[in-house]
Design a protein around this ligand. Sequence first.
Ligand code: AKG
Length: 257
Amino acid sequence: MGSTTLNIEQIEFFNTNGYLVIENLISQDQIKTYRDIYNRFLNGEIETGKNRVDLGVGLGKNTQVENITQIMWPCDFVPELLDMEYHQRALSMSKALFGNDMELDFDMLINKAPGTNTPTPWHQDAAYWITLPDKRAVSCWLALDEATIDNGCMWYVPKSHLQPLRVHRPMSVKGGALVCDADEEEGIPIQIKPGTGIFHHGATLHYSRGNATSSQRRAFIINFRPKAMIDLERQAGFDHGRTGSAAERQVRNEHSK
Ligand SMILES: O=C(O)CCC(=O)C(=O)O
């Protein structure tokens, strides 16, 4: 078992820059296990119904596959995930970053299928969420394939989490992704190996290019926030696409027709 906590330098880097790269967040011998589970989601063997959406609806030209495949709450379909390395280590590191009251808010898979060429628009995650009094929130983006500029690695704008949120708008009239004004000149691409994870603050500005390669770009994302804030979200009916009843689902689940 690798490290499950963070040192002072790592915490300071995160606090200063709004993101933090952790190599070997999962051990190399676990990558195949995660890929196998992930592929069962992608090929429909694990039926996810309305939890599978096209985050890139209206943004790309793909008709055979989602422009950007997004599957919400994989841990509801495969509960064993909660006890596996990734969820356990990422939770422990989120507590190191923000305190022991951090809990899993939701998890999701975001895949860019080969040649789908659909960028994820520049955004801050907080723009997708209801306003909460306690802004602590951290996301972990785990690469299950090598993430490169050409297949859609993450780009971050360092220190952007220290600035006010930018104004966001829907990227397409069909719903789906939000976007704000930003460009690559402000950001830095983080190219990483499979098994590496990147933590980013809920207000850190980020984006990824489309996948222009002939292989998948599989990412497994977990989001953490204080337990009391998760309770407030749920009281407001906001569950990150878990039940299909929340208002946010109606906007984002509208698949390209
Ligand atoms: O995987 C991507 O392209 C986008 C991921 C993202 O926006 C996020 O994890 O917050």
